[in-house]
Design a protein around this ligand. Structure first.
Ligand code: BGC
Ligand code: ZN
Length: 368
């Protein structure tokens, strides 16, 4: 079967590889689930893997099948699987357990191991192929009514984890009632963060680079949030105008923004960082001021990566609520479909150059 792969360490090596179709009995204990891939989203991580900035092949291979934002349909299950059945729509989680105590209790997204295993990213083949098999433990059912937008679940979980962690942390305050939130960045993650915060009833201001109106600012306003371009309203001005913010979700991919966010945070506020920044950028910051305000204001800053099954389940529920509250909104994020695995070049071209793209994804097989 076809698989879109890269040779880690070799820039721009994306190509079509050939792999045998996997079988349910590759997974021990009758716990295998064979999934037919329907759609796979791509993002900045795939771009960086193809640029050889990171990523490693599984043991015994010199290539890595990419794709970590999968969506598919169960084709067969092992004798000991009760959670899903053939025909169900599903998404697989990305990270697989290592050896730390966090991995042992099923929270592999919290691993303290230096080596981590992520399907389509590091040491495990991904989903940009025709079929994959995995343990039922890592397969999450998506309601049939969400099949058109199910490919957004993995990016959604990045947001779900960050926001769930923020609320969890804020239990320290006994009576935390967040009212004003800010989201930095209006790409897929920023849009989904805006959505999840709106679903929690917060007033949200989302900051992006471009001036409105454009699709992303329209989408933000369509769910009752405010959009500001940092060209007109720099973050610190925005925080004075619309803040201070009880919760800030940072998703710009540009690390200097973090230090502005720290200054825009309300007393007792929480700042969630989700940008994976592989560079070496340096900035000068008002360190005394930021530190003082953090100390005197009991503020928190937390990093968040990946998501384990509970956040995928939360994501499914929020996507259903989003469909009930803002019908058709999620679908508008699916701006750039590319039909067929063999058109992987077009997929990468769209990912790197398409103007106005929110989610670029591959239609591997028809939705039925
Ligand atoms: C993925 C996450 C992953 C992270 C770091 C992101 O693009 O969506 O699942 O943990 O990259 O590898
Ligand atoms: Zn990703």
């Amino acid at each position: 079967m076809k698989a879109v792969a890269v040779v880690p360490g070799k820039p721009n090596s994306v190509h079509l590889a050939d792999l045998p179709k996997p079988a349910v009995d590759e997974i021990p204990g009758g716990r295998g689930v064979l999934v037919k891939v329907l759609r796979v989203g791509v993002d900045g991580t795939d771009k960086e893997i193809n640029a050889a900035e990171y990523g490693a092949p599984p043991a015994g291979f010199d290539f890595l099948t990419i794709g970590h934002e999968g969506f598919g349909q169960v084709e067969a299950v092992g004798s000991n699987v009760t959670e899903v059945q053939p025909g169900d729509y599903v998404v697989a989680t990305v990270r697989r357990p290592g050896g730390s105590i966090y991995d042992l209790i099923g929270t592999n997204d919290m691993t303290t191991d230096d080596t981590y295993f992520e399907r389509g990213i590091n040491l495990r083949h991904g989903f940009l192929t025709e079929y994959y098999v995995d343990d039922a433990e890592f397969i999450v059912k998506v309601s049939r009514g969400l099949r058109e937008v199910g490919v957004l679940l993995e990016p959604m979980t990045v947001v779900e984890k960050g926001i769930a962690q923020a609320y969890e942390i804020q239990r320290r305050l006994r009576v935390w009632r967040p009212r004003r939130a800010a989201v930095m960045g209006a790409g897929t993650i920023g849009l989904l963060a805006t959505l999840v915060l709106r679903l929690r009833g917060l007033q949200v201001t989302t900051f992006g680079l471009s001036r409105k109106p454009y699709l992303n600012s329209d989408l933000i306003e369509a769910i009752g949030a405010r959009y500001e371009s940092t060209v007109d309203v720099p973050i610190l001005d925005g925080a004075r105008k619309y803040g201070p913010f009880d919760l800030i979700f940072e998703a710009t991919g540009y690390s200097p923004v973090v230090f502005d966010c720290m200054q825009g945070l309300a007393k007792n506020g929480v700042l969630v960082l989700s940008s994976v920044t592989g560079g070496d950028r340096k900035v000068e910051v008002p360190a005394d001021k930021i530190n003082l305000e953090f100390v005197l204001g009991n503020k928190v800053m937390v990093g968040t990566v990946n998501a384990n099954r509970e956040y995928f389940e939360l994501g499914v529920r929020d996507m259903a609520q989003a469909e009930a509250e803002y019908a058709g909104w999620l679908k508008r994020l699916l701006t750039h479909p590319v039909k067929g695995l063999e058109n992987y070049r077009e997929l990468f071209d769209k990912l790197t150059t398409a103007k106005g793209a929110i989610k670029v994804f591959c239609e591997v097989a028809d939705l039925v």
